[in-house]
Design a protein around this ligand. Structure first.
Ligand code: AHR
Length: 317
């Protein structure tokens, strides 16, 4: 019994010592970010950078400009710099196994944030801190089904091909619409999560459907594509928000401004201020708490014109 007590005391002491020595010297963390394709992404990068400063973290930040090869290079460079931990927001789900194995072999723990990866070996990363993209698609789909009273043709602007939010938001939305046989997606294309992409794809939809004839709504995998689509619809003399309903994801300030102006209807908010949540997990891991669920879920919820002004105020817009 005494030896067990001695062992427990020594173990707790070791974790406390490790925590102390880690807090004494600044931790170096490498963060490979997707890019700067949307307002949500820019706000998320700011949260990661501001919180690192507050926490005294030496953050090595790399913007991959939506290119997976740039992310792989950044992660390899973090490994060779012997950082304490690596955080990755992966552009697409595939192609990660090899570099994750290299990080593991070098004893550098990897944390996923925001987007997911497909890997045969989940022990290659500690955990993923992220929202439920499938739920976001289902929330958007349920809101639209009731707004359309279960009937109507719609068009879809998809996110980056092969990315976790594009895959899961589509899956969630489609699962809900499958319950409403009179709701049909008649056009669907990727706008790569950008305002320009959303505008160009909507312009092509407008041409192909004789000015969105018979189309009742637009579903976009993010707000920036919707903001581009709204611009295209208005330039074509259409009335988004009234004749053509809109629902998208992110909850960025400009979509709430569009709601207040009557040009948009609903958005599912994806929290961007999650730097503190992510570093809390990484720091606890480095201080000795090694057992994490594979997914730490960040909540998402739907907003409409009913609370647009209130949310915009909360976001400082
Ligand atoms: O991965 C999250 C998505 O990525 C956001 O919804 C979108 O705006 C961003 O580009």
């Amino acid at each position: 019994m005494n030896s067990l007590k001695y062992f427990m005391g020594a173990a707790i002491g070791a974790v406390a010592l490790a925590a102390l020595s880690l807090s004494a010297s600044a931790q170096t963390i490498g963060f490979s970010q997707v890019g700067h394709e949307s307002d949500w992404r820019t706000a998320f990068s700011k949260s990661m950078q501001d919180e690192a400063k507050k926490e005294g973290i030496d953050l090595k930040f790399s913007d991959a400009n939506q290119k997976e090869e740039d992310q792989l290079k950044a992660v390899r460079s973090f490994i060779s710099q012997k950082v304490d931990a690596i955080i990755i927001a992966p552009v697409v789900v595939t192609g990660w196994d090899q570099v994750l194995k290299e990080a593991k072999a070098a004893n550098v723990p990897v944390f996923l944030v925001d987007r997911d990866v497909e890997t045969s070996d989940k022990s290659l990363y500690v955990t993923r801190v992220a929202a439920d993209f499938n739920l976001e698609g289902r929330l958007a789909g349920a809101w639209l089904a009731q707004a359309l009273k279960g009937r109507g043709d719609i068009v879809e602007l998809q996110g980056t091909v092969g990315s976790a939010p594009a895959i899961e938001r589509k899956r969630g939305f489609d699962a809900v619409e499958a319950l409403f046989p009179l709701i049909k997606i008649v056009k669907s294309q990727s706008g790569d999560f950008t305002t320009q992409g959303g505008k160009e794809v909507m312009e092509s939809f407008i041409k192909a459907t004789d000015g969105l004839k018979g189309i009742k709504a637009v579903w976009a995998h993010n707000d920036n594509m919707m903001l581009g689509a709204i611009q295209a619809m208005k330039e074509a003399g259409l009335k988004p928000g009234t004749d053509i309903l809109t629902v998208s994801v992110d909850g960025v300030p400009d979509i709430f401004k569009a709601m207040i102006a009557g040009d948009a209807n609903a958005s599912v908010e994806l929290r961007s201020d999650i730097g503190p949540d992510i570093y809390a997990v990484v720091k606890a891991y480095l201080a000795g708490k090694k057992d994490w669920p594979k997914w730490v879920v960040i909540p998402s919820d739907l907003h409409t014109i009913q609370d647009a002004a209130e949310v915009l105020k909360r976001k400082g817009g």
